[in-house]
Design a protein around this ligand. Structure first.
Ligand code: ADP
Ligand code: ZN
Ligand code: ZN
Length: 797
């Protein structure tokens, strides 16, 4: 038996399949989709078996055998293996990367394999019976050492034994010390001195409760460890370590919800999608509806239909909107049938969720981008909410877009894809207009609730009229009004500390990172400067390093500064600040939102993480402090992102009985993306923006590929980029345009010099082959050069 293997040696010349011999022992289990260790050169590397053959052209004596199997059952299905192949071609990335991205991180680390008995003992071979008589599960390693490896593998094949993997996850198999009375301890009344009141109290408590976590004992009886330890020394109590549950939602109760009766537009949308489900058609739908128009209810009922037909569903939501509120809605409707995958989970937790999916214990997964690879075998629908979000594009190799993977999988399974958004990406809406996607419109909010009134405030005239504060008079008045009425306010600021850089007022010097050409940001908590790209820190200079002036100040408005100013202007307002700094600890995001929901604060102040998913009845005012920060990033999607963001933020106001108001502060009030956010009329925005895209030959009129080169020295990088660009000009058709080399907005990152060039094309048949060949050629030129290829890029920094 021969196995074709992808090896984990990431050079372009090794990015292909290698043939290995499968030893007789392993023939029993060897299947495509398993990971193995194979000899490569003079070392051992990891690999994926992608194909199993009877013979090969390579002479057998030249073949080396597979050393060992990391898995006893495939971790990638036939479908995902094919998908990986496609993904690697589509994104011009290593086969190994394309395979690895589909697996949870824990599987890349070590894990233990246990064999579990599935059949009556007497059906096992005699040699194995005594072992399994004593235990239900035995580590494979142990069986192998005792010489039963081969026999056990044969039993897996027959289905008498199954494999269970246990991920060693130090971080999450959290242990907790519990304490209980010993048999002797039960007679503590007689044994303890009457004066030992504390000890008696603890024992009485344990007698009534049984086994209790030590920390709970301290709280309940108001004692310290000394007392408990004395009891242990005297043999009255004993300790025991217990592991804390790993499922983050395990002990949570989710109130069950049932299907609402749909409004006519919801019904139309649902019927159209379900029709494709019934006929197994891989159609793509664009569900266009403002926030609060009832899209989620349509998702829920479509999924319900699929589940009733024995099918499964994937729901993607952007990481930041994977809020507890969103999770509640799915868990509330489908309970234990839902797995949740997001970056807040530890490796082990992610693995647990992944395993539940692979083993069919759940039928719905709600997760961020990588959940698109959920190992389901009977997909009935794939839903991508907020489909326009840039987070659906992965920014490292393989640089895939979840939407494209969704369409590939949908085709494989014969099921529809539903893209939902209030502000679709220009690409998707253009396809819907052309009829490639089916457009489903859901105009208006539930119960005809009015959209909030949006006012645009010109901050330049505020300044002219002597208001130097970061709040316009209109916003400040509105805030005072809401505080009086005891209604809630959301204040939105683009990006964490985006503009709280340090600048000299005399000479204009801005403190930059030594290794990346970006300004460093000031962090109050640690009183230091930080680079958000490489995490390097520096002390805050007291005088300007350039001109020695003392007028060196922080500029702009980080969330911390806004909070300070709020405290000054509205001393009675209770403020909750939500940004990367206050939400880095696990669960803190949820706690802050719960507190705001429980009206423990008047103002929720935050970065984009508060732009979506929030649904609280008492929010009647939304303030956007700096609408421009996004408009001026050097990216052709800047207007699109600004419009999307403003629309989304506005959607937070007045979702319930009370009407909402939105105040947008800006220095460029006349820009169309800001003007149009007043009416939030998407089709008008679409038309205006499409004109700009056509004039400048941007997506969706033209396709783009971004090529980046980084190097240790400026010359080497420029030289390679220059040659690469010439090669592309020669190899591509007349219609393709190659721009560059240019220096990107961030010219240096982690002390590497950066160059880019951009290909614009409409149709270019051999493009991927040309790119791969170029990559092979130029990457092998020099070790210090690294080249990236980004097909349909989302980021241009
Ligand atoms: P979206 O996902 O478009 O933002 P949601 O599905 O969250 O909209 O709906 C907004 C609100 O309206 C939610 O509180 C939801 O429970 C409610 N809702 C949705 N559909 C219906 C319906 N058919 N009847 C009554 N209420 C509904
Ligand atoms: Zn200076
Ligand atoms: Zn840096």
């Amino acid at each position: 038996m021969i196995a074709r293997v992808i090896v984990d040696v990431k050079t372009l010349s090794t990015d292909k399949l290698y043939d290995y011999l499968v030893s007789k022992v392993h023939e029993e289990i060897c299947q495509p989709g398993m990971r193995v260790t194979v000899p490569f050169g003079n070392r051992a590397v990891q690999g994926f078996v992608v194909e199993v053959l009877e013979k090969t052209e390579v002479p057998v004596e030249k073949l080396k055998p597979i050393q060992s199997f990391m898995d006893l059952a495939p971790v990638l299905s036939e479908e995902l293996l094919q998908c990986a192949q496609w993904l690697s071609e589509e994104t011009v990335s290593f086969l190994m990367d394309a395979h690895q991205v589909m697996l949870p991180a824990a599987l890349k680390a070590d894990y233990e394999k246990l064999l579990v008995r599935k059949s009556p003992l007497k059906e096992l071979p005699l040699a194995l019976q005594p072992l399994f008589e004593e235990r239900e599960e035995i580590p494979y390693k142990e069986l192998e050492q005792k010489g039963f490896g081969k026999g056990a593998l044969a039993e897996i094949r027959k289905g008498h034994l199954s494999v269970r993997s246990v991920v060693k996850d130090r971080k999450t198999v959290k242990q907790e010390r519990w304490v209980a009375l010993t048999t002797e301890g039960r007679s503590f009344e007689k044994l303890l001195n009457p004066q030992a009141t504390k000890q008696r109290e603890v024992c009485a408590f344990l007698l009534s409760k049984g086994s209790v976590a030590v920390k709970d004992v301290y709280v309940a009886t108001n004692t310290t460890s000394v007392v408990v330890r004395t009891l242990e020394k005297n043999g009255l109590v004993e300790f025991e370590m217990r592991s804390v549950a790993r499922d983050p939602y395990k002990d949570r109760e989710f109130a069950r919800t049932t299907a609402l009766s749909l409004t006519p537009p919801q019904q139309v949308a649902m019927d159209t999608i379900v029709e494709s489900c019934q006929h197994g058609k891989p159609d793509t739908f664009l569900l266009h509806g403002v926030t609060g128009s009832g899209k989620t209810e349509v998702y829920l009922q479509t999924i319900d239909f699929c589940l009733q037909n024995g099918k499964e569903a994937i729901v993607l939501v952007p990481e930041i909107s994977l809020t507890p509120q969103m999770v509640h809605r799915f868990k509330g409707r489908f309970g234990d049938r839902v797995a949740v995958l997001h970056s807040g989970l530890s490796k082990g937790e992610k693995y647990d969720e992944w395993r539940k999916i692979a083993e069919g214990e759940v039928d719905v997964v709600v997760g961020a981008r990588s959940a698109i690879f959920a190992p389901f075998g009977k997909l009935g629908v794939i839903i991508i909410d907020e489909e326009h979000e840039a987070t659906y594009k992965q920014e490292d190799s393989p640089r895939y877009h979840a939407r494209e993977v969704a369409k590939w999988r949908a085709k494989y399974h014969g099921c529809p894809v539903v893209l939902g958004s209030a502000t679709p990406s220009l690409e998707s809406y253009a396809r819907a207009v052309k009829g490639v996607y089916t457009l489903l419109e859901m105009p208006g909010r539930m119960n005809e609730r009015e959209m909030p009134a949006v006012a645009v405030v010109d901050m330049r005239s505020e300044l002219r009229e002597g208001n130097r504060s970061m709040f316009s008079r209109q916003l400040l008045e509105a805030m005072e009004d809401r505080l009086d009425k005891k209604e809630q306010i959301v204040l939105f600021l683009n990006k964490r500390g985006y503009s709280s850089f340090l600048m000299c007022r005399d000479c204009g010097f801005v403190l930059q990172c030594d290794e990346c050409d970006v300004s460093m940001t000031y962090h109050r908590a640690s009183n230091e400067m930080k680079c958000h790209y490489c995490t390097r820190t520096a002390p805050v200079p007291a005088v300007c390093p350039e001109c020695l002036s003392e007028s060196i100040r922080y500029f702009g408005t980080g969330t911390q500064r806004v909070e300070e100013e709020l405290t000054k202007l509205l001393p009675h307002a209770r403020v909750i600040r939500m940004d990367v700094d206050t939400t880095s600890r696990k669960g803190s995001h949820e706690k802050l939102l719960d507190a705001f929901g429980a009206k423990k604060a008047d103002i929720l102040l935050g970065t984009q993480m508060i732009a979506k998913g929030l649904d609280f009845p008492d929010i009647t005012l939304v303030g956007v402090l700096t609408a421009d920060t996004m408009l001026h990033i050097p990216d052709f999607r800047a207007s699109e992102r600004t419009f999307q963001l403003l629309t989304q933020v506005s959607g937070r106001a007045g979702r319930h009985e009370k009407t909402g108001e939105v105040i947008v502060q800006t220095y460029t009030p006349d820009h169309y993306s800001i003007q149009l956010s007043k009416t939030q009329h998407y089709p008008t925005f679409f038309q205006t923006e499409m004109q700009y895209r056509r004039e400048n030959s941007y997506s969706p009129y033209q396709n783009l590929v971004l090529i980046g080169v980084t190097s240790d020295t400026p010359d080497a990088g420029f030289d390679v980029m220059h040659k690469f660009a010439s090669y592309l000009r020669k190899s591509l058709s007349e219609e393709a345009v190659v721009l560059g080399p240019t220096v990107p907005p961030i010219a240096r990152l982690k002390n590497r010099y950066r160059y880019q060039c951009l290909i614009k094309y409409k149709r270019e048949k051999g493009l991927h082959a040309v790119l791969k060949k170029g990559l092979l050629h130029f990457a092998s030129k020099s070790k210090q050069i690294s080249i990236t290829i980004d097909v349909h890029p989302q980021m241009f920094m």
